[in-house]
Design a protein around this ligand. Sequence first.
Ligand code: ARG
Length: 461
Amino acid sequence: MAYSRSRLGKAADESTLMYTESISFDWRLYRHDIAGSIAHALMLAKQGIITSTEAETIIQGLKEIREEIEQGKFRFKSEYEDIHMNIESRLTEKIGETGGKLHTARSRNDQVALDPRLYTKETIRDTIKKIKELQLAIVTQAEVNKDAVIPGYTHLQPAQPVLFAHHLLAYFEMLQRDVERFNECFKRADVLPLGSGALAGVTYNIDREFVARELGLSQISRNSIDAVADRDFVIEYESAAALCHMHVSRMAEELIIWSTAEFSMIEIDEAYTTGSSIMPQKKNPDVAELARGKTGRVYGNLMAMLTVMKGLPLAYDRDIQEDKEGFFDTIDTLHATLDVFTGMVRTLKINVKAARDALSEGYILATDMADYLVKKGMPFRQAHQIIGRLVSYALERDKSFKEISLVEYKSYSPLFDDDVYNITIDSSIASRDVTGGTAYKQVKQAISTAKKTLGGSIAGK
Ligand code: ARG
């Protein structure tokens, strides 16, 4: 019978064990749990709460258990509920009664608050590294294709010409904010809850600062009830992950549209596509589609955890155990998406000619035409109207702007002159020479700034 049942008259029903166990998923915290226990044992000895011989025996035992787990020799048992009790019971099995001293001045409630904090910090380092790899793939594509022009869209209608690089770098910026959000979450996970005990603190002369230093945590929690009751750092990670996945999903959507026969503006490398079991001609963008689709489960995990926490009375409640599966799933999903997406972006090909051809549709230079009249003295609203009428005139006659004669132009406004034909895709791009605009010069600058940003620091390093 599990030792935490000392006041209970009988063993738990099998269905209770199966329903309440968390070892099937919280085993992932084993390294963090052992690190926490080692730091705790060192502190107990330093404070004279246990002897240093006892601490050494405990630490040696914990290290061996870590080995056993890593070599797949450890037998996780659901009757010990979770990773904390599995490790502790194995410790006692190995070193005898001394094993029972490890839990002095500690509760599973502060222990289970610690492990995911250590796990989150470690994970965020990986997450940021992966985001940066995707950002690098984006910047590299931007640089390789720095002259390629595509139609920029609003409402998915051709709006104004933009550099392909400029469009790509929009995603760089979104991902950069994701990095910032994960860095913020890192700071909030970086707190030691040990010493909070079950909820009220512990009765021993412990040294929390020492434990924090041992574990590389930069702060200690200020309120024991908060420390064992809250999981907002998990929610914060899930929320940053939801945003990040949403950004990747938007990019996925564009890759899907742009690679259709109708747009054929880009080509996704075959290594990142699949075929169809019935239609031999198919090359499907399944990676991009799944990146878009998996966004749903990442949102779901966030929503689930917000819902789990919303009505819980302080301090620890068993409901909180529900934090882990969704959290791990979010981490795995986001990391897998970032990895495969990075490869797909890296190998993307832009079809420069198709993109250019697409630019001839939809009177994409209409804003430039209006600006032309404005620069000759006409109020913008009036210029907007005139060009609007000119577009419907051109549409009726199936003419492009270039095919309209100067006489026709002049019938719309005497301000039109020969130089109206100087308005081209390139002049349109070049003239948007403001910080953050699509002008060649601005984008070149943006690429070099992005590269510098990527050289910058990663959380906790
Ligand atoms: N398995 C639990 C969890 O993951 C830890 C147990 C915490 N304490 C308790 N009194 N049941 O949340």
